[in-house]
Design a protein around this ligand. Structure first.
Ligand SMILES: [Zn+2]
Length: 141
């Protein structure tokens, strides 16, 4: 079955006026294999970010798949049109404040309301002394 899973298909694509060879369709988007996506036209979110760009609200136009030989797993990456991308918005003081608030909220214990000076696990939202105390309580009852 190797190589048969995603057969080559000649299909119309958003980034070219002429039909291009793709690896079929997945989730309604053209599927591309490693090395066949045009690097000057398509980029992943992280590649856009590295260029100082953002998808600008546009949905991905294609999917890239990579097969990991060792684990036999296939992972997919969304590809965006570089020409539709916009520059990353610069950080404003308000944005820095919002970010600091959000990070601070991650450190406030749900039980005692104190800041233990580390980010709390999202599973409990408690600082370690409170978590231990509640565990002992549960064990006692
Ligand atoms: Zn606590």
């Amino acid at each position: 079955m190797a190589g048969k899973r995603f057969p080559w298909v000649l299909a119309p694509v958003p980034w070219s006026d002429t039909p291009q060879f793709t690896r079929g369709v997945k989730d309604g988007l053209p599927l591309l294999s490693y090395g066949c996506a045009p690097r000057d036209k398509l980029a992943t979110y992280r590649q856009l970010r590295a260029m100082g760009l953002r998808p600008n609200g546009f949905d991905p136009v294609a999917l890239l798949y990579v097969r990991h030989n060792k684990s036999k797993k296939v992972s997919f990456a969304s590809l965006y049109l570089i020409e539709k991308a916009a520059p990353v918005r610069p950080m404003t003081p308000a944005k820095w404040t919002a970010l600091a608030k959000a990070n601070f909220a991650r450190r406030i214990c749900r039980s005692c309301g104190k800041d233990p000076m580390y980010v709390l696990p999202t599973s409990t939202g408690q600082c370690w002394p409170c978590f231990e105390a509640s565990e002992n309580e549960q064990a006692a009852t």
